[in-house]
Write a protein that binds this ligand. Structure first.
Ligand code: TRP
Length: 336
C-alpha cells in the first residue's frame, strides 16, 4: 500500500483525484483528515484534481440547497487551506459534460446485483432523507468511477467509508480494459488518510450532520463557544484515555494536532486544572493554529468573483481532459 510520504517522493509518477460534496462548510475533521494531506501532495509537485461532487448531493434529496454558493464556499475553504488554483484543478461534476457521458458505457460494465451489494450505498440509503431510493443513489458509485477515471489518476485519497466505491472504480477500469482490449484506464489505488478520526465536541466522530463540528471559518469567539459546550467529565485530573474518557481525550487530541505534540503531554500540562482549563487550552490551540488560514479565508471571502473564476478555470481544464478521455473511449468502443 502506497503512503503519502512515498507518493511525495516521486511526484512526477502520480496524478491524484479526490473530492467532496458541496453540502456545507468544511470543519476541522476535514482539515486534519484530508485537506492538509491534499496540500502536502500538491506542494510536493503532484498533479491534483479536486471534484466538487454536486450531482452526488442529489442522491438522497430532491433539491440541492444553494448549490453554487456551497461550491464557491468549498473553493474558499480549499484556497484558505493552501490549495493553489494555478496548480490544482478544482471543478464541479455538473460543469463537465464529457465526464458525465462516461457514465453510460461504465453502467454497462456492472450488474444490478453488484450495485445492490455496495455497503456504502446501503449505509447512505439507511441515512437518506427520502422514502424511496433514487436511481442516482443506486448508480452513484458508477458515476464516481466516471469522475475519477476521466482524468486517469493513479491515487485517490479517501476515508475508509469510500473504499467500496473505489473498488467499483477499479472493477470498471479493469472490465473496460478487458472488454475493449485496451489499457486506457489505470486501476487507481486508495491513499488512506493516516490521520485517525477526529472527535467532535460530543466525543463522537466530528461530522456536520451531528452538530459537533468546528468549522474552519468559525470566528475565534464561535470556536470558544463550541469548545465550551463540549462534553467532558467531572474528573478534574485531565488524562488521555480515549476508551474511558472520550470527551476529554477528543479535546486533548485536537489541541495536540494543532500544536503538533503528543496528547499525553497536553494532558500533563493541564494536570488537575479540570474541564475549564482543558477547554481554554484547546480553544487557544485551535484559534492559534487556524489564525493564518482564517485570515486568508476572510480576505478570499471578500472576492466572490475570484472564487467563481477559479471554478471556471478549473472546469475548463477538467473539460479539456474529459473531452480527450471521452474521445479515446469512443475510439476503442468503435463509436462514430
Ligand atoms: N463520495 C465522496 C463523499 O461522499 C465524494 C467524492 C465524489 C469523491 N467523487 C469522488 C471522493 C472521487 C474521492 C474521489 O465524500
Amino acid at each position: 500500500m502506497l503512503t503519502l510520504e512515498s507518493a511525495c517522493r516521486r511526484p512526477e509518477r502520480h496524478r491524484v483525484l479526490t473530492g467532496d460534496r458541496p453540502t456545507g462548510p468544511l470543519h476541522l475533521g476535514h482539515y486534519f483528515g484530508t485537506l492538509q494531506n491534499r496540500v502536502r501532495l500538491q506542494d510536493a509537485g503532484i498533479e491534483l484534481f479536486l471534484v466538487i461532487a454536486d450531482y452526488q448531493v442529489l442522491t438522497d434529496r430532491d433539491l440541492a440547497d444553494r448549490p453554487a454558493e456551497h461550491a464557491e464556499n468549498l473553493v474558499l475553504d480549499y484556497l484558505a487551506a493552501g490549495i493553489d488554483p494555478e496548480r490544482a484543478t478544482v471543478f464541479t461534476h455538473s460543469s463537465v459534460p464529457a465526464l458525465n457521458q462516461l457514465l453510460l458505457p461504465f453502467l454497462s460494465l456492472v450488474s444490478v446485483a453488484e450495485l445492490g451489494r455496495n455497503p456504502t450505498v446501503k449505509d447512505e440509503i439507511a441515512h437518506s432523507r427520502q422514502a424511496a431510493v433514487s436511481g442516482l443513489m443506486f448508480t452513484y458509485p458508477v458515476h464516481q468511477a466516471a469522475d475519477i477515471l476521466f482524468c486517469k489518476p493513479d491515487l485517490v485519497p479517501v476515508g475508509q467509508d469510500q473504499l467500496p466505491h473505489l473498488e467499483v472504480t477499479r472493477t470498471i477500469a479493469r472490465r473496460f480494459n478487458d472488454r475493449y482490449r485496451t489499457d486506457l484506464f489505470p486501476e487507481p489505488q486508495a491513499l488512506l488518510s493516516p490521520a485517525p478520526l477526529l472527535a467532535g465536541t460530543d466525543g463522537g466522530k466530528m461530522s456536520k450532520s451531528r452538530g459537533n463540528a468546528i468549522p474552519l471559518g468559525a470566528t475565534e469567539d464561535e470556536t470558544a463557544r463550541l469548545i465550551r459546550a463540549a462534553t467532558t467529565d467531572a474528573d478534574r485530573q485531565i488524562g488521555y484515555d480515549p476508551e474511558r474518557r472520550p470527551g476529554v481525550s477528543g479535546l486533548l487530541r485536537l489541541a495536540a494536532l494543532c500544536q503538533d505534540r503528543d496528547p499525553h503531554a497536553v494532558a500533563e500540562e493541564i494536570g488537575s486544572g479540570g474541564a475549564a482549563r482543558l477547554k481554554a487550552t484547546v480553544t487557544e490551540a485551535v484559534n492559534e493554529h487556524l489564525r493564518p488560514l482564517r485570515a486568508r479565508r476572510t480576505a478570499l471571502a471578500a472576492d466572490r468573483d475570484h472564487l467563481r473564476r477559479v471554478l471556471r478555470a478549473g472546469s475548463e481544464r477538467a473539460n479539456a481532459v474529459a473531452d480527450t478521455t471521452l474521445a479515446e473511449v469512443r475510439a476503442v468502443m468503435g463509436s462514430v
